[in-house]
Ligand binder design. Structure first.
Ligand code: PMP
Length: 453
């Protein structure tokens, strides 16, 4: 079918995630039609380097034969198996076991979801259940971090701290609270790591004191804040926050939906951060985006408490597609790739990416460069001294995205003028260099754009 007719059908029928519906109708959809490795091809035959791995998820790259084979084989052998009624499938069981082996500490129990939002939502339910089970139902207040993203479910969207997910949706709920972000480039306490950590610890302590530790159920944090603009905390930040939670008997949820599965280097960023959270949420890279799947990792203590608390009664949490065998088979094939070179390649390519982005630091538009592994950003400003953001009314994000696209590069252009990078971990050095070259070209063109400047 011709691209033009698809644009019309899309306009008339397809509701897009996180879009201005009218804005999208006016602009028209860009149809992607095929992809291999780190290159996607649109319906007009234009080849683009995918510097964002779809939506920070296609870690293994596109058209990876082992993933296709795993899905195909499982589809013909057993396309579906429920986990209800005491049933299960080999891929789901094996994937849970292998993930438990890789997960930090005693995070030995895995509940499978369809993606990240329902993984976060599941943690909220598990945490409430846990506190009921230990006879502390009054522990029902949740704390997360400004600029954080924890999905767009009815409950999770209120832990998310991006206003666009709140406006008109009746969230956050009155049991959801925030502390300021560590955002080093624009932090009122300055950019020194120790100072930022001390400020975050003080904010968390103050929030706990305000609510009463006996009422606080859990604290949520991403090892690196992704959707908030790739905000990398100073080394030791997660550990310091984890220690405060431990001290006050507050459960700690590391939301690794983006950072999990090699995005920052290891399989789990929490391991690098030196913590064993009570829960980890994951998705995206777990199946490299080939098929939907997310997961909640529960520690022995949490799992056993929930299990014993329920006794013989069923625990009323479940989804039709929890532990889907096709997704699980792809997850196992992904683990094979991670274990056999993909993590190593991601580390190599991540170094190259950061090196390349730092080489752009003296560009007149670049105010900040930050990242860890294959997760990075540059923040654009019109005045480096004053850190003046690009003018919001110029729709700079959209313009830069369009310009990068015309230059054969897909990146995430956040509205604040932040450009996000999360290429597939399979990228070659040459591909990373091309991402940098095309970025430089895009920045030079943006410099000429009087409206954006
Ligand atoms: N948590 C984090 C940290 C995320 O980045 C995301 C998605 N970008 C989610 C949760 C929600 O995941 P999903 O879009 O798969 O529902």
């Amino acid at each position: 079918m011709r691209a033009n007719s698809l644009v019309e059908l899309d306009r008339a029928h397809l509701v897009h995630p996180l879009a201005s519906y009218r804005g999208h109708e006016a602009a028209g959809v860009r149809v992607l039609s095929s992809a291999k490795g780190a290159t996607v091809t649109d319906a007009e035959g234009r080849e683009l380097l995918d510097g964002f791995a779809g939506l920070w998820c296609v870690n293994a790259g596109y058209a990876q034969q082992s993933l296709i084979d795993a899905a195909t084989k499982q589809l013909s052998q057993l396309a579906y198996a429920t986990g209800y009624f005491g049933l299960g499938s080999e891929p789901a069981i094996r994937l849970a076991a292998r993930l438990a082996e890789h997960a930090p500490g005693d995070l030995n129990h895995v509940y499978f979801t369809l993606g990240g939002s329902d993984a976060v939502d599941s943690t909220i339910r598990f945490i409430r259940y846990y506190h009921h089970a230990i006879g502390k139902p009054e522990k029902d207040q949740f704390i997360s971090v400004e600029s954080g993203y924890h999905g767009s479910s009815t409950s999770g969207a209120g832990l998310t701290a991006l206003p666009v997910f709140h406006t008109g949706f009746g969230v956050p709920h009155d049991w959801q609270h925030k502390i300021p972000s560590h955002y080093a480039y624009r932090n009122p306490v300055g950019s020194d790591g120790e100072t930022i950590i001390a400020a975050s610890v003080a904010s968390l302590r103050a929030k706990i004191a305000e609510l009463g530790a006996e009422r606080v159920a859990a604290f949520y944090a991403e090892p690196i804040q992704g959707s908030g603009g790739v905000l990398v905390p100073p080394a030791g930040w997660m550990k310091a926050m984890h220690a405060v939670c431990k001290e006050h008997d507050i459960l700690f949820v590391a939301d690794e939906v983006i950072t999990g599965f090699g995005r920052t280097g290891p399989l789990f960023a929490s391991a690098e951060d030196g913590i064993v959270p009570d829960f980890i949420t994951a998705a995206k890279g777990m199946t490299s985006g080939y098929v939907p799947m997310g997961a909640v990792f529960l520690s022995d203590r949490i799992y056993d408490t929930i299990a014993d608390g329920a006794g013989d009664a069923p625990i009323g949490h479940g989804q039709t597609y929890s532990g889907h065998p096709v997704s699980a088979a792809v997850g196992l094939a992904c683990l094979d790739l991670y274990e056999n070179g993909l993590l190593d390649n991601g580390r190599m390519a991540g170094n190259r990416l950061l090196e390349g982005l730092y080489s752009l630091a003296d560009h007149p538009l670049v105010g900040d460069v930050r990242g860890r592994g294959m997760l990075a950003a540059i923040e654009l400003v019109t005045d480096k001294e004053r850190k003046t953001p690009l003018p919001a009314e110029a729709d700079a994000g959209r313009r830069i995205f369009d310009r990068a696209w015309a230059n054969g590069l897909i990146i995430r252009a956040f509205n604040q003028g932040i450009l996000g990078y999360a290429p597939p971990l399979c990228c070659t050095e040459e591909e990373i260099d091309t991402i940098i070259d095309r970025t430089r070209m895009t920045l030079d063109q943006t410099l000429e754009d009087k409206d954006v400047r």
